[in-house]
Write a protein that binds this ligand. Structure first.
Ligand SMILES: C[S@@+](CC[C@H](N)C(=O)[O-])C[C@H]1O[C@@H](n2cnc3c(N)ncnc32)[C@H](O)[C@@H]1O
Length: 495
């Protein structure tokens, strides 16, 4: 694929747009490909599943199957069959645009096109091995960031380190104008192709190092899926953090506020290091202080060095076992020399607010996010605003709470000594950021009683009326549980 210089359209822009139309008309979307391959497209490209998906496509043999074999599964396809599947586009035009290349009586694609959230997203075909600036298909981190992004209607948005443009193209649906920047010319060429494939016109591509292409500019929304991996390697521009330890994550988190409008929200997917006996929250809390922003810090996990090194080098495990062992050793030596005991991964979400005092809240997140959870993120910010407005948290007792839509409560019971014993229940929401509220069984009647009709204080009084001596203990538990469920965005105040 030819590289489009920053700000310029590829000479094949029209063809890229036509290819998008041909694919959409051919049913090349998440649900049709799922039906064809027996699994969602993002799972079909998992190396473990790929051979099975390829067999399913070959058995089907239809037009969508040919498109999937060529453009999703990275298989060579007979030239005539590929030509029929891509008609009315001509194969020689696609070859000239370097999207496909001949191979004896077959053709193969230079890109992989993955449908995601109604978009068609091209990335480098893994079969070709592009080297250090290879553009990868959106994976779990891209999905996490997309899920956490606030989806309010705005005038301007920025996607830092856009890669193939997944975040920028999603932002383009609810921002009037989007700037997408990257240091890699190859990434920007892919983002340009993806904008054309999807007929999206309001994304401007800029080349440069992090904030340099947007100096002195502010945006209503910013997203940044950093190459945050903490390692001694600089093998992949999209993965490896070229700075020492977690300095890249710290730099972007502490500077993002300078590029937000008042009330604007910046989302940074990042990593930080901490000591084995140190609180995971201390480091990011220090990063966000003095940014002029309220901050929500979501902590998904802290790994020890071996787990971390093995998981990031997993792709090598099946292709080159020796190189895998060598990489893990190299990474472990680096962590030992640098005194790194734990590596945390999470997201820092900042909201710019001119106020004498801003707040920062660090939240443990046991589950992966589900669906598009921007509303949940907005709620987590709104809760802190509401608590500041109502004064003492005890004033919540006078409030009437109700469940937010999409909330789920799971409880397990085990049969023991002739009776069922109730365990704690767990509250989650979907779509949601992945937080979980633990509900002690004694607090359950109060939590399930929060149906938007009676104030919390009244529910607690009723639930504890006949308890005698343990009454105040249970009342305290019920209040703390309801407050947690409210603060985690599972319950909301009814106005
Ligand atoms: C983890 S990828 C994220 C890609 C995409 N935004 C997503 O969510 O999947 C990180 C991106 O940062 C880009 N990048 C690396 N170093 C950069 C730098 N110094 N300035 C700007 N972008 C950079 C890489 O080229 C890559 O596209």
């Amino acid at each position: 694929m030819e590289q489009a210089p920053s700000g310029h359209r590829s000479p094949h822009a029209e063809l890229h747009g036509q290819l998008g139309k041909v694919l959409r008309d051919g049913g090349y979307n998440e649900s049709e490909l799922h039906r064809l391959l027996g699994t969602p497209p993002e799972r079909a490209i998992d190396p473990d599943y790929l051979p099975l998906a390829a067999r399913r496509a070959a058995e089907d043999g239809g037009r969508l199957a040919a498109l999937a074999e060529l453009l999703l599964l990275g298989r060579e396809v007979d030239t005539q069959r590929a030509g029929a599947a891509l008609a009315p586009l001509e194969l020689h035009g696609l070859t000239e645009a370097e999207l496909i290349e001949p191979s004896a009586a077959n053709v193969r694609a230079t890109v992989r096109i993955l449908p995601y959230e109604g978009l068609l997203l091209a990335s480098d075909s893994p079969a070709r091995g592009q080297g250090s600036d290879e553009v990868w298909a959106p994976g779990p981190s891209a999905r996490t960031l997309a899920s956490l992004t606030v989806r309010r209607r705005v005038r301007s948005a920025l996607d830092l380190g856009t890669g193939g443009g997944v975040q920028a193209l999603l932002l383009a649906r609810h921002a009037d104008a989007v700037v997408a920047s990257d240091v890699s010319a190859r990434a920007l060429a892919m983002a340009d192709l993806n904008a054309r494939l999807n007929g999206i016109e309001n994304v401007e591509l800029r080349t440069g190092d992090w904030f340099e292409p947007v100096a002195n500019e502010r945006f209503d929304l910013v997203s940044a899926n950093l190459p945050y991996v903490v390692s001694p390697d600089v093998s992949f521009v999209h993965r490896d953090n070229p700075m020492e330890r977690d300095s890249l994550s710290r730099t972007v988190v502490s500077r993002i506020g300078e590029h937000l409008t008042e009330g604007g929200v910046g989302h940074v997917l990042c990593s930080w290091v901490h000591g084995a006996d140190e609180e995971w929250a201390d480091v990011p809390l220090e990063w966000v202080s003095g940014t002029g922003c309220d901050a929500l810090i979501l902590h998904y996990a802290s790994h020890d060095p071996l787990e971390y090194a093995a998981s990031w080098n997993r792709p090598l495990q099946s292709t080159d076992a020796e190189a895998f062992e060598a990489a893990v050793d190299r990474w472990l030596d680096y962590y030992a020399e640098s005194g790194i005991e734990k590596i945390a991964s999470g997201a820092v979400i900042l909201r710019r607010r001119s106020a004498p005092k801003t707040w920062a809240r660090a939240v443990e997140v046991p589950d992966a996010p589900t669906g598009m959870a921007g509303d949940h993120v907005e709620r987590l910010f709104a809760v802190q605003d509401e608590l500041a407005r109502i004064g003492s948290p005890e004033n919540l007792l006078a409030e009437t709470l109700e469940p937010v839509p999409g909330q789920r409560l799971d409880q397990r019971m085990t049969f023991r000594d002739g009776t069922y014993v109730a365990h704690a229940a767990f509250m989650r929401r979907n779509p949601g950021v992945g937080v979980v509220a633990r509900i002690d069984p004694r607090a359950l009647p109060v939590i399930t009683g929060c149906d938007g009709r009676r104030p919390l204080g009244e529910l607690i009084t009723r639930a504890t009326e006949r308890l005698g001596e343990t009454r105040s203990e249970v009342a305290t538990l019920c209040f703390a549980t309801a407050r947690t469920a409210y603060e985690l965005g599972m319950l909301r105040r009814r106005d």
